[in-house]
Design a protein around this ligand. Structure first.
Ligand code: AGP
Length: 614
């Protein structure tokens, strides 16, 4: 998803701040980048398709700017192909303002027709350029930049995070606005900054103001005045961000994804261990919304999420039904919002999201709230929109997840769901303190088992499996019960970063169709841990072998290993928590396959870290 940065300083140049900020946002996924620099002469635009290195080369062609203000953008194309012309920033005809935008202007066609009819000549195919011309027109009517932005946004339908700069007799002016995609601002005594991700702000200050939908911020040195689009002013209190930028650095790992896979044992500890109350056989989240009185009346759960987060939701369903005896509906968030859902009385709608900014998930949560559900979030970003809008939140303490392919956030989401299932069960009186104590202790026992999964022996076993299967034309991931969603997740990881086709399927469903795919060039990854269904999975493995398929079994069921071409051993654990262990070899398999294929592991093609548009 697009990244936005902006800076206004009272001395020196903003160029390095802007480029460094864009680099910190690269992980969000993009296909072009650009900056607008404001110095005594006016606005200079530099923008290029491709990676930031091309933009830097374009900047180096010209004298280093003494720009005291500027905005920057990494674009993930929605309207118009990735090209120098379609890259942001965009300007009005007279070049008085420069604008960057993340989001979609849904009524851009009618606005563009109106502007073209008035003689405006468009340079690009983007929806964003419409807004640049609207703001330029308001400036020519004598409005200042803030008024021009407010007047222009009143014409726009859609959602956006924007930043605009213009030159005034008093110096550069920087205004930004948010409706949907995230945007935050921060001020110091020497400057003012904005970015679509807090990672690009905390080098300046840890006191960050997260703009709300409908906010417009007018930035000055040392001050940010926040307005509503109706022109009223509003006070937004900065939040202290404790993230350590070092955490977001790759450290000794070649890729963020590998670092984040290896962080998972610590993430489990940070997410869960301070919430475990062994003596009560219970969980205390330490935040409002999860007490006995909050939860006792819940009669149904509705889970909404996208991608990997939805796979965590599928696992959560087994836990909520199996432990808390609550019926659970689960939907792709993008489907839920349009299927005219029926929300039963006393439903708790749970949205799961790493970023807390996924447009479909936010829309689904708002729909559930509108239909009368109480809402909760399982989320990794404290200042995110989802956390602000949900009635209650369980934060996964995974730290910044930079790799586009979600790994540590996923296992943290599963751990959070497990804790919520225990809490729900205890609040509803369907789990005794003794049984609860066993369950919560399993969480503590999980960490050393995760560390074992990340030890050199298993990691090299998985690397070897990747090497042997690197030329296979496709993969079928099979799992049953609580490990069926792990099959979905393993398939998503593989296709997402190695671009190899892969499907996840319930093992019991294989004979209803996918079995036709079985041949030597197809690898079947069978998840099989000791539990309720391990004998069933063994017979699925036999069915595959009988048709010449190549089987890789992953799990603690030793008898499966003997009937497979390859296997990766997973230590025994509680079946409820086996998904957290079984997914690790699948994450590593995807990583090594992508590495063997020379793919861009942290920034896979076409993908964005947080999909903040529909
Ligand atoms: C997962 O590896 C993908 N990057 C993607 O499916 C992701 O899980 C999905 O877009 C949801 O993102 P969220 O958790 O930030 O809402």
């Amino acid at each position: 998803m697009c990244g936005i940065v902006g800076a206004l300083v009272n001395e020196g140049s903003v160029v390095s701040d802007l480029i460094e900020g864009l680099r910190l946002l690269e992980y969000r996924g993009y296909d072009s980048a650009g900056v607008a620099l404001m110095d005594a002469r006016g606005i200079t635009i530099r923008r290029r398709a491709g990676r930031i290195e091309r933009l830097e080369a374009a900047l180096a062609e010209n004298e280093a700017s003494s720009a005291r203000a500027g905005i920057g953008h990494t674009r993930w194309a929605t309207h118009g192909v990735p090209s120098d012309t379609n890259a942001h920033p965009h300007t009005d005809t007279e070049g008085r303002i420069a604008l960057v935008h993340n989001g979609i202007i849904e009524n851009y066609a009618e606005l563009k027709a109106e502007l073209v009819a008035s003689g405006v000549k468009f340079q690009s195919e983007t929806d964003t350029e419409v807004l640049a011309h609207l703001i330029g027109r308001e400036l020519s009517r004598g409005n200042d930049l803030l008024q021009a932005v407010l007047a222009s946004l009143s014409r726009v339908r859609g959602y956006y995070a924007i930043a605009a700069i213009t030159k005034t007799p008093e110096g550069p002016r920087l205004v930004c606005a948010r409706q949907g995609p995230p945007l935050a601002v921060a001020v110091t005594k020497d400057g003012a900054y904005l970015a679509s991700d807090v990672l690009a702000l905390i080098k300046h200050t840890r006191d960050v103001t997260f703009l709300e939908d409908g906010d417009v911020a007018d930035l000055h040195i040392g001050r940010a005045d926040v307005w509503r689009t109706d022109g009223t002013s509003v006070v937004r209190v900065p939040k202290r961000v404790e993230w350590d930028p070092e955490e977001a650095a790759k450290g000794t790992f070649p890729h963020y994804m590998l670092k984040e896979i290896h962080e998972q044992p610590d993430v489990l500890a940070h997410t869960a261990f301070d919430k475990i109350k062994e003596e009560k056989g219970d969980i205390d989240f330490g935040v409002p919304g999860f007490s006995d009185s909050d939860l006792r009346g819940i009669e149904r759960i509705a889970v909404v999420a996208c991608g990997t987060a939805l796979h965590a939701g599928y696992i959560a369903r087994y836990m909520f039904e199996g432990l808390a005896r609550l019926p659970v509906d689960i939907d792709y968030a993008s489907e839920f919002r349009y299927r005219d859902p029926v929300i039963a009385r006393n439903t708790l709608a749970i949205a799961i999201s790493q970023s807390g900014e996924t447009a479909d998930t936010l829309a689904a949560l708002r729909k559930a709230k509108e239909l009368g559900a109480r809402t909760a979030a399982i989320c990794n970003v404290e200042g995110s929109t989802l956390v602000r809008e949900a009635d209650a939140t369980i934060l996964t303490r995974a730290g910044p997840e930079i790799g586009v392919a979600s790994t540590k956030a996923f296992t943290a989401q599963v751990a959070a769901a497990y804790m919520l299932a225990v809490r729900l069960a205890r609040a509803r009186g369907v789990l005794t303190p003794e049984a609860g104590r066993e369950l919560v202790l399993e969480l503590r026992l999980l960490r050393p088992r995760m560390e074992q999964m990340l030890g050199e022996r298993i990691v090299s076993e998985v690397r070897e499996v990747a090497e042997k299967n690197q030329h296979q034309k496709g993969f079928l991931f099979l799992g049953r019960g609580i490990n069926y969603p792990v099959a979905l997740e393993g398939a998503l990881k593989l296709k997402e970063i190695s671009y190899v086709h892969a499907e996840g399927y319930p093992a019991g469903e294989m004979k209803h169709g996918p079995i036709a795919l079985i041949e030597p060039s197809m690898s079947i990854v069978a998840l099989n841990s000791t539990g309720l269904v391990h004998e069933k999975v063994r017979s699925n493995i036999e069915q595959v072998r009988a048709r010449g398929g190549r089987v890789i079994s992953i799990g603690s069921d030793r008898e499966s290993w003997a009937i497979s071409d390859e296997h990766v051993e997973v230590p025994e654990s509680s079946e409820w928590l086996s998904p957290i262990l079984n997914v690790i070899p699948l994450q590593l398999l995807a990583y090594h396959m992508a590495s063997l294929k020379g793919c861009d592991i942290d920034k896979p093609r076409n993908l964005a870290k947080s999909v903040t548009v529909e």
